[in-house]
Design a protein around this ligand. Structure first.
Ligand code: PEP
Ligand code: MN
Length: 340
């Protein structure tokens, strides 16, 4: 971080600033120019409040040179993080995750049938919401604890690890046997929840907030990692833009940018991004070609009658087609990357 001081800065305030920075274990390199004094701050500046320094009378400008996230930063961890799920599945570092399943768990028959169908199509993990964040309080809110039990049953039947959303920390004790805990877009900045999940030793699928920047997403990952849980999977699921033809806008740029800034795996949720089932395939193809570490796709055995998000859910047959196409793209993207 670089702090540029105002001309003729008050000496007492200057000494106070220097003393305060030293008390924070920051070394200071002073560069005395003819017109201005520049302080180069050396050390872990991620804990410094940049706005607090900017607000000081003697400060002209402050510039961050290093990103405010450390654990999630590729600079300090050049190799890709590979997140292990259960004994057999891995995400990141060349391991591609194909996560599929309904928006919400509706019944035993529904989840078991879908689990078997997506497994047959090559899914590596089963998704399904038991606690659903719905815009309307009158919409189906999920089967809650009962839904979790049904997911575990589907896991037992198929061997597929499960990923499901935690909406409220008070439900955490119910998630013991869940393989991957999803933090939904609406909870991306629920800092109390993120901190608590940092104490677990279980992978967390962290979805990008509807209007969150990539840096905010990485700072949320940092909350989890600061607690010692390094198994965070980032998920781009579409952001709010002025476009109304689609549910959200898939930010494809998030893939190369996040993968440059961070070593964490990045997966794409084309279903919530576009909100229309017939467009899920092209988005899945684009995300795969752009270097995503996996996809999370909504699949329903009877989309028309789905209790949630039927309009964007693929039939098992359509999912099979997407999965086959993605598998056909994967070897080419690795070959092309090597040539770049
Ligand atoms: C979901 O995955 O079912 C979901 C609600 O996603 P998001 O938090 O991205 O809206
Ligand atoms: Mn959904």
């Amino acid at each position: 971080m670089v702090v540029i001081l105002k001309k003729n800065a008050n000496q007492v305030q200057y000494t106070n600033l220097v003393e305060w920075l030293k008390s924070m274990n920051i070394d200071i390199h002073v560069c005395q120019g003819t017109h201005e004094t520049i302080l180069g701050l050396i050390g872990d500046t991620s804990r410094l409040d940049i706005n607090l320094i900017k607000a000081l009378d003697i400060v002209e400008e402050v510039r961050r040179i290093q990103e405010p996230y450390k654990n999630a930063n590729r600079k300090f961890h050049p190799d890709d993080t590979v997140v292990s799920v259960g004994d057999d599945f891995k995400i990141g570092g060349g391991n591609f995750a194909m996560i599929a399943g309904p928006c919400s768990v509706e019944s035993e028959e529904q989840i078991i049938e879908i689990a078997e169908q997506v497994k047959a199509a090559g899914a590596t993990m089963l998704r399904g919401g038991a606690f659903k964040p719905r815009t309307s309080p009158y919409s189906f809110q999920g089967l809650k604890g009962e839904g979790l039990k049904l997911l575990l049953e589907a896991k037992k039947m198929t061997g597929l690890p499960i990923v499901t959303e935690l909406m409220d920390l008070s439900d955490l004790p119910l998630f013991d046997e869940v393989d991957v805990i999803q933090v939904g877009a609406r909870n991306m900045q629920n800092f109390a929840m993120l901190r608590e999940l940092g104490h677990l030793r279980k992978p967390i699928l962290l979805k990008r907030g509807l209007s969150s920047t990539l840096e905010e997403l990485l700072m949320s990952a940092e909350y989890i990692m600061a607690g010692g849980n390094e198994d965070v999977i980032l998920c781009e699921r579409g952001i709010r833009t002025f476009e109304t033809m689609t549910r959200n806008t898939l930010d494809i740029s998030a893939i190369p940018v996040l993968k440059t800034l961070s070593h964490l795996p990045v997966i794409i949720d084309p279903s919530h991004a576009i909100g229309i089932s017939k467009y899920v395939k092209p988005l899945s193809m684009a995300a795969t070609a752009a270097g995503a570490d996996g996809l999370i796709i909504e699949v329903h055995n009877n989309p028309q009658y789905a209790k949630c998000d039927g309009q964007q859910s693929l039939t098992p047959a359509a999912f099979q087609d997407v999965a086959d196409t993605v598998r056909a793209i994967l070897p080419h993207r690795y070959t092309l990357n090597k040539q770049m």
